[in-house]
Write a protein that binds this ligand. Sequence first.
Ligand SMILES: *[C@@H]1O[C@H](CO)[C@@H](O)[C@H](O)[C@H]1NC(C)=O
Ligand SMILES: *[C@@H]1O[C@H](CO)[C@@H](O)[C@H](O)[C@H]1NC(C)=O
Length: 365
Amino acid sequence: MAESHVLQTLLVYFFQLAWPFFGVEARGSVVVQRWEDIQAIMRSAEDGSWKPLPLRTPRMSFKMLLDALLPKKGSRNYFAVNVGAREGLFHDPVYPLFADGYGGLAIEADPQWYETLTANLAEVNSSKAVFIVKEKAQPYTMKEVLDRFQTPLDFDCLKIDIDSIDLPILQSILQTGYSPKMFMIEVNYDFPPPFQFALEFDLECKAKFSEGTFGASPDAIFREASLRGYSLVAFEAMDPESETVYHEHNMWFVRNDLLGRSAHDPAVTWRGMVRMYWAQFAMLPCLHVGFYLSTGKWMCPKHQIREIFTELGGNHTSWPLAKMSHYLSQRAARSMFYLSSWRHQLERRGCTKACRISVAVTRTD
Ligand SMILES: *[C@@H]1O[C@H](CO)[C@@H](O)[C@H](O)[C@H]1NC(C)=O
Ligand SMILES: *[C@@H]1O[C@H](CO)[C@@H](O)[C@H](O)[C@H]1NC(C)=O
């Protein structure tokens, strides 16, 4: 125990000190931003094996996806919805669309951004159809907000990045008749597959995202998106050109029909998602969840996967991480024990009493 404590501490320092070098590393890694190359990653994730995928860093944009998948102008409606717009510009995939003549909504709840948001978007309002919605995004009012601005049911692009109830907001949009052609959603990557973790909506809940209680895990988002007829196209973990290289943590999805597939036939299966997840996130430290428990143990679900694998009887320590995720999903009931204890910790220290975190473990045969 003491030894592993020291090791964990060293690892933390290693990541903190080594981070600038990872940055250099990321800058040197193969950045992938053409649709053909993104598709190549999706295809290799579906080759039926559990092998680690080659290290490639997707850099995504709505423009790239639109140009590749909807090249004909008539196939678009030039409407985008930005939930969690902040100042509307920095690292924002919707801004280039507005700058290109798109109309749409920028929804933002925090008044500290209003002045810059208003100024930034006034500059790219050539469509005269960009509107700022100064409201808190809530599941029960999303439909009313979209209806109010005559949002087309199949609007082109959706972005959700609110550091809190991102998944309930996505659900409220997809379950009330809207089906955007593609969407980007921020993800809490500290929880690896097969763990489904999501902060639920409650008006009284105040969650500290800096303590890890925010958003939803990749597996929880993947499940919702798959049920609604979307294919995962990429995890975006880093922006190699940014000062803070690990600024991005997004999942990108495209509606299945745009990929020539039926609603129930996503291009990337659960196995592919798991492999794409580990390819992007294995080497990153926990973003927010990592902290010491009162037992002296370090809590970072992503880095505990090997330990859990071993505790559940796994003895092939050379297995790829994706295969370990799969092993855990075959023992979902026992894996649930770990997820429950993480939830307990987060409910104790990461949010107020009203907060609800929903958890589940993906089961496979
Ligand atoms: C864009 O133009 C429309 C029409 O003039 C206006 O109602 C709207 O407030 C403008 N949006 C922004 C962000 O300036
Ligand atoms: C490792 O696990 C396999 C089953 O997956 C089992 O047959 C084997 O005996 C185990 N080896 C050890 C050293 O526990």
